[in-house]
Design a protein around this ligand. Structure first.
Ligand code: PPE
Length: 307
């Protein structure tokens, strides 16, 4: 989390975190009318830092607002610059970036009316999302009893705050039952995604991930699809069922926070050899190389900065 003495970008100004305040009557607090991004910056071996796929994240933020029916009063270029400025102001060489645009105070009641749209950008250090051992050893997950939201109910292409009530229900249930994360099924019973990650399986040499229908169009997912294809793997976007997961050779999650996290167990069934599988490990290593500026093929994904 951002600490009190850190700087938060708030509607165009860098403020001390303690001064970045909003009203308790903020519309988004009552109705979940906010859109956000999760972005990572990595320290590169050459001493510089790089934001991973900044343009794609900012584009998705603007699109999330479009889906919700509001418009963020800042341009793509302004938001990209603001993110880099916030990293520099906090002297953060590596960490997590959270832009959030939300319907502010004004009218209460469901209709957002002409309430202002506020935007903040916070940054902080964030290590491995699912614990320090997760990236190495793999994690234990369960299928959630909560269904991923209907595609005509919540808009899964919007990274909208309100969508995450569904994720919080599933995550709490998984953690209370002693698992690290939950896999959610769509309304037809096919595998969808996790509470904050896209999902992949590897079976008989084929890498499969769920199509975009009910899931967030993950930027790490897209990176993995490209990296895997460049490594010569066959990758398909195809619906699959939970029993296919049980008999997969490997399974893993992708996400900005989770990076590439191998899965060693699903619903108390061992996946493959019960440890991080070779394909997941190879993709994880290639992903980190790309994100840390060690693979020139993916240099276009990086926005370098230093302070
Ligand atoms: N699905 C969901 C539901 C999701 O929230 C994320 C990101 C993804 C897939 C992966 O998308 P991408 O980051 O573009 O590869 N989840 C973010 C929030 C995590 C949180 O706890 O907050 C993230 O990884 O930053």
């Amino acid at each position: 989390m951002a600490h009190e003495n850190e700087k938060i970008w708030f509607d165009g100004k860098l403020l001390p975190a303690k001064d970045a305040q909003v009203s308790v009557l903020t519309h988004a607090l009552h109705y979940g009318t906010a859109v956000f991004e999760g972005i990572r910056a990595y320290q590169c071996p050459d001493g510089s830092s790089a934001v991973f796929r900044l343009n794609d994240h900012v584009k998705r933020l603007l699109n999330s607002a479009k889906i919700l029916g509001f418009s963020i009063p800042h341009s793509h270029e302004e938001l990209c610059k603001a993110i880099v400025d916030t990293l520099k102001a906090n002297k953060l060489a590596e960490g997590y970036i959270r832009p959030l645009s939300f319907v502010g105070a004004g009218n209460l009641g469901v209709w957002p009316g002409k309430n202002p749209i506020n935007t903040i950008i916070a940054v902080w250090s964030w290590g491995a999302y699912l614990g320090p051992e997760a990236l190495e050893r793999g994690i234990r997950v369960r299928t959630s009893s909560f269904t991923r939201s209907n595609v005509n109910g919540m808009m899964s292409k919007a990274k909208a705050a309100g969508n995450y009530v569904n994720s919080v229900l599933a995550k709490n249930e998984a953690v209370q039952d002693g698992y690290d994360e939950a896999i959610m099924l769509d309304t037809n019973g096919f595998v969808s995604e996790a509470t904050g990650e896209n999902f992949f399986i590897v079976r008989n040499g084929l890498i499969k991930t769920t199509p975009l229908t009910s899931v967030l169009d993950g930027i790490t997912r897209d990176s993995i699809l490209k990296i895997a294809a460049d490594m010569g793997y066959t990758v398909v976007e195809q619906l699959f069922t939970r029993d296919e997961v049980y008999i997969a050779d490997e399974a893993f999650f992708s996400g900005t926070a989770a990076e590439v996290t191998p899965i060693r167990e699903v619903d108390n069934r061992t996946i493959g050899e019960g440890k991080a599988g070779p394909v997941a490990k190879a993709l994880q290593a290639a992903f980190f190389k790309a994100a840390k500026g060690q693979d020139p093929r993916y240099a276009k994904w990086l926005t370098h900065y230093s302070f």
